[in-house]
Design a protein around this ligand. Structure first.
Ligand SMILES: [Zn+2]
Length: 314
C-alpha cells in the first residue's frame, strides 16, 4: 500500500505526517510555523521535517492543507492573513523539487478537513455533506454528489466571509460584517469581553475573555454568556440553514475549536435552523460533531494526497 506525506499549515504550527489510504498515520511531527519571509528557508524547513518522519515504505505523493486564498492549480499560497511570511510561496513546486519530484497537491484547509471527515470521519458514507470549521475563523468544505466542490480558482467554501451585515465590523478580508465577525470563536470571545461588566462570572476572567470562558459561563447558567452564545448560534443557524437549502446535504459536520463544545453549541443551532431551511430539507439533514479531533488537519492533507494522487494518471 503506497504511503503519502501530509502537511497541515496553520498560523501557529505546521504539522506533518505520513499515512496510508486507510487514514492510518504512521508518524507525525509538529513545529511552530516558520514566518521567515524567505521562501527557501520555509521550504527547506518543511522538507527537512518530512524527511525526518519514519518511512516504512514508498511515498506516492504529498497533500498540503493551507489557509486560503490559494492558487491550487499553480500550487501557490496567495496572501492568507495569518501567514505573513508565506505570501506568494510556490509551495508545491518547492517541496516537490526538494523531495525527489513527488507530486504535490495543495488544498484549502477547510476543504481538506472536509475531505478527511468525509473519507474517515463523521461524513463517511455520505454522497452530500458540508463540513464547517468554527474556530478563530469559519470555513467550509463542500462535498456534492461524491465530488469535492472547489470552484474555478479552488477557493470555494469561504463561508466565513459571506457578508451578513454590510454595515458591520470590518473583517480582515477587507469587507464588513462577514459571518466570522459574528460567530467565530474570536467573535464569541470579543463579545464576551465587551459585555464582561454585566456578568460577575465573565468579569472574574483573568485576561481578555475567550470563547472558552463564554461557554464555561454559559454552561454554569450565566445569562449574559447565554445571550452571547445564542447570538452566535443564530448566525450559524442562518448559515447552516442556507447551506441546507443550497446543497440538500445528508449531513452537516461541525469541526474546529468551538465545536468541541459539542451539543452545548449544536443544540441551540439546530433549534434556530428551523426558520432558515425548508422543512423537507431540514428533516433530511443531520447536524453532527466532527470525529477526527486534533488530527483533522493532517488527515485532511492525507485525504487530499490519497484523492488526487490516486486519480491523476502517471
Ligand atoms: Zn471577511
Amino acid at each position: 500500500m503506497p504511503l503519502y506525506y501530509a502537511v497541515d499549515i496553520g498560523g501557529t504550527k505546521v504539522e506533518v505526517a505520513i499515512g496510508n489510504e486507510r487514514g492510518e498515520l504512521l508518524d507525525k511531527k509538529r513545529v511552530p510555523t516558520p514566518n521567515l519571509g524567505h521562501d527557501d528557508a520555509v521550504l527547506d524547513g518543511v522538507a527537512d521535517l518530512l524527511r525526518s518522519l519514519a518511512r516504512p515504505g514508498d511515498v506516492a505523493g504529498i497533500g498540503i492543507a493551507c489557509p486560503g486564498p490559494l492558487d491550487a492549480a499553480q500550487g501557490r499560497v496567495l496572501n492568507p492573513s495569518n501567514l505573513p511570511g508565506w505570501h506568494q510561496l510556490p509551495i508545491s513546486e518547492g517541496l516537490s523539487k526538494r523531495l525527489g519530484g513527488l507530486p504535490c497537491y495543495l488544498e484549502n484547509d477547510a476543504t481538506a478537513a472536509g475531505m478527511g471527515e468525509w473519507r474517515w470521519g463523521a461524513g463517511a458514507g455520505t454522497r452530500n455533506m458540508v463540513y464547517i470549521t468554527v474556530s478563530t475563523g469559519i470555513g467550509a468544505g463542500i462535498i456534492a454528489e461524491n465530488q469535492v466542490v472547489r470552484g474555478v480558482g479552488d477557493n470555494a467554501g469561504e463561508l466565513g466571509h459571506v457578508v451578513v451585515d454590510p454595515a458591520g465590523r470590518p473583517c480582515h478580508c477587507g469587507n464588513r460584517g462577514c459571518l466570522e465577525t459574528k460567530a467565530s470563536g474570536t467573535a464569541i470571545g470579543r463579545e464576551g469581553e465587551r459585555r464582561r461588566g454585566e456578568s460577575p462570572r465573565l468579569s472574574a476572567t483573568e485576561g481578555p475573555v475567550t470563547s472558552v470562558d463564554v461557554f464555561r459561563a454559559y454552561e454554569a447558567g450565566d445569562p449574559v454568556a447565554a445571550e452571547v452564545v445564542e447570538g452566535a448560534a443564530h448566525w450559524l443557524a442562518w448559515a447552516f440553514g442556507t447551506l441546507t437549502n443550497l446543497f440538500n446535504p445528508e449531513r452537516i459536520v461541525v469541526g474546529g475549536g468551538v465545536s468541541e463544545n459539542g451539543e452545548t453549541l449544536l443544540a441551540p443551532v439546530r433549534e434556530k435552523m428551523v426558520p432558515y431551511a425548508m422543512g423537507d430539507l431540514l428533516a433530511s439533514v443531520q447536524l453532527v460533531e466532527a470525529k477526527l479531533g486534533g488530527d483533522v488537519g493532517v488527515l485532511g492533507a492525507l485525504a487530499v494526497a490519497v484523492d488526487r494522487a490516486g486519480r491523476v494518471p502517471g
